[in-house]
Design a protein around this ligand. Structure first.
Ligand code: MG
Length: 404
């Protein structure tokens, strides 16, 4: 890892706390680059993410509802924008680096397969089955995991620059993208990049506050927008949501202030109040935790336990909402039925490209490759697909119409 060449210490960042990530002290990029004259290293990362191919694909990738089920449901793109908005808002209050938060938030889901978690599960199953047939053991870290894939997109799969693969993002942005990692995968990453983004999964430690914040902003965003999308789809009702104390509380508050409010406006107002309250809760709780820990710089943050958090009460109430959404929305028979078909699209495509690698477009794996290398190339290709491209490609190659 090179020292930061474009930390841009010259661009003043007034108001940034000492425990925030300062671009001038970045741990740098994997390939040294000259500074940009008008942007800090993290602004530049954010811009690189926005201009990437993987980012544009997010618009046609499922969050919960398949893209063609309705124009108003969240997609991975609008979800990522909402995470960035919430993240920036909280970052500003805590005097953290908003640009870094935005870069991480916009990149955090780049590695998602088509069809959301169903696609990821299917791809993981395919790769694991192939590994066990080939006698590889689980410890090799073989499989598919979207966090790891997001890092792979920004480190390797984007082909935009003459001198390197990937987007060559700063350590801090990559650290935030890799929010979970199994020990086996961490060992593999650590071997390629000693002391790099996977080290904390082997030796302990926390990521930057900006990375911690994106993680929580992700949760705040999807809990809120999945209520909205759930009701919009007709799979959840406002009455049913009364069993969720967190939501019921703000619905009562909305009605107390506006007794005649009903329908969508009541839903929006309740979600708005809930979002605001959760944001204030994170800001207050985190500010207090930072004070108590007495962290003065990023090194101290990395040595400390995670500091960005909900209060215990909000954590518990948010957990109840999460399990409600799991039971009533993510496992709703209608959602499950769609995801079953989505799983089939992904597994069929995987089997087909493995047996007929010539069907892969140029640049996606060599026909003579070893099965393991071919499987990774196939997984990369499928993971990069949008929902609708995967559906079309499945129809073309497998002849079945699963999504008429
Ligand atoms: Mg997300």
């Amino acid at each position: 890892m090179s020292a930061s060449a474009d930390g841009n210490g010259g661009l003043a960042l007034p108001g940034l706390a000492s425990f925030a990530c300062h671009p001038a002290h970045s741990r740098g990029r994997r390939y040294t680059e000259a500074e940009a004259p008008t942007r800090t290293a993290f602004q530049r990362d954010r811009d690189r993410v926005i201009h990437s191919t993987a980012f544009r694909r997010l618009v046609y990738k499922t969050q919960v509802f398949l893209n063609h089920e309705g124009d108003l449901f969240r997609t991975r793109l609008t979800h990522s924008l909402e995470v960035a908005q919430l993240g920036r808002s909280i970052a500003r209050s805590l005097r953290l680096n908003e640009d870094l938060v935005e870069a991480i938030a916009l990149a955090h889901d780049l590695g998602h397969t088509p069809f959301g978690h169903a696609g990821q599960d299917a791809l993981n199953t395919c790769l694991k089955a192939l590994a066990s047939d080939a006698g590889l053991v689980e410890a090799d870290g073989w499989g598919f995991e979207h966090n790891l894939q997001s890092l792979r997109v920004v480190d390797k799969l984007e082909e935009r620059y003459p001198a390197f693969d990937g987007l060559n993002l700063c350590f801090e942005t990559r650290e935030g993208i890799l929010k979970h990692c199994s020990r086996a995968n961490a060992q593999r990453l650590e071997a390629q990049e000693p002391g790099g983004v996977a080290a904390r999964f082997l030796h302990g430690g926390s990521p930057s506050l900006e990375a911690q914040l994106c993680n929580l902003a992700d949760e705040i965003a999807y809990n809120a927008h999945d209520i909205d999308d759930g009701v919009r789809s007709g799979l959840l009702t406002l009455e049913q949501l009364d069993e969720v104390p967190l939501f019921a509380h703000y619905r009562r508050q909305a009605l107390a202030a506006h007794p005649s409010l009903g329908g969508r406006r009541l839903l929006f107002e309740s979600i708005r109040l809930m979002l605001s309250e959760q944001v204030y809760d994170v800001i207050d709780t985190t500010r207090a935790a930072i004070d108590i820990a007495g962290v003065q710089d990023v090194q101290a943050v990395r040595r400390a336990s995670p500091l960005v958090a909900f209060s215990p009460d909000m954590r518990e109430r948010s957990q109840v909402l999460k399990s409600f959404l799991l039971r009533n929305l993510y496992r709703h028979p209608q959602v499950v039925e769609t995801t079953d078909r989505a799983r089939r699209v992904v597994s069929d495509l995987f089997a087909l490209y493995m047996s007929q690698p010539a069907e892969l477009p140029e640049g996606h794996g060599q026909p003579q490759a070893q099965p393991q290398q071919l499987a990774r190339a196939v997984a990369d290709y499928i993971a990069g697909m949008t929902d609708r491209f995967a559906i079309r490609e499945h129809e073309r190659l497998c002849g079945a119409v699963l999504f008429p």
